[in-house]
Ligand binder design. Structure first.
Ligand SMILES: *Cc1c(COP(=O)(O)O)cnc(C)c1O
Length: 221
């Protein structure tokens, strides 16, 4: 069995009424994804454009694909026709490019802004000042083919539960503050936080969308 069915069903029960599940399928085969699809899962997350394009072409058309990795501007065009949610927007330039490609495809692409909350330098994302600048940019309301629907963040890879909780609480605080106002293309309702190692903490801290890979598919090589 390429997926852990018991774990999948257990997680669905834990999330029920609180959060949606994105199954993170990066590096996993078509068979892995199909097996989870056959159990009813429709939302899958991928980190690499080339890999996502190949999978999207071969797998059922009603899968909702989420992009959760660092996205280069010059690659947006390859996923713009089908992507369901881009969770990892980390610059205004990227947002503009997504808008341009969405317009070409005559659609509106939903986006989450990725916020940098971990201690590690390596994690992508906007800091609080960059978020403020982006939201206050006078150009934002010219982007008619994107909609910012929430925030995404990744806590530190750590065994320190208190550190993880502190980082996730910080993201929740930013989310609540920025939820208070909205425009036609900016209305926060999704808080994407929590992975295999920290989704229980994330749920306690107010996540309503978790991204889980290894618990469902086994460890990646
Ligand atoms: C890989 C990845 C995940 C899933 O990680 P697991 O620990 O396997 O659950 C979640 N979010 C992002 C952004 C990822 O890159």
């Amino acid at each position: 069995m390429p997926v852990n069915k018991e774990k999948y069903q257990q997680i669905l029960l834990e999330l029920k009424g609180k959060a949606e599940l994105i199954a993170v399928s990066k590096t996993k085969s078509l068979e892995h994804i199909q097996a989870l699809y056959d159990l009813g899962q429709r939302d899958f997350g991928e980190n690499y454009v080339q890999e996502l394009m190949e999978k999207q072409e071969k797998l059922p058309g009603d899968i909702r694909w989420h992009f959760i990795g660092h996205l280069q501007k010059n690659k947006v065009k390859y996923i713009a026709s089908f992507i369901h949610l881009i969770q990892s927007v980390d610059s205004f330039a990227l947002l503009k490019e997504i808008n341009k490609q969405a317009l070409k495809n005559d659609r509106i692409i939903h986006c989450l802004l990725q916020i940098h909350i971990a201690k590690e330098e390596t994690k992508f994302g906007l800091d609080i000042n960059e978020l403020k600048d982006l939201v206050n940019s006078p150009e934002l309301n010219t982007l008619k083919n994107i909609k910012i629907t929430g925030l995404m963040g990744m806590a530190s890879f750590s065994n320190d539960e208190n550190l993880i909780r502190t980082e996730l609480m910080y993201l929740k605080k930013i989310f609540d503050k920025n939820k208070a106002f909205s425009f036609f293309n900016y209305q926060l309702s999704t808080l994407s936080m929590g992975m295999s190692g920290d989704y229980k903490i994330a749920l306690e801290e107010g996540s309503n969308l978790v991204r889980i890979g290894s618990l469902l598919f086994g460890n990646r090589n």
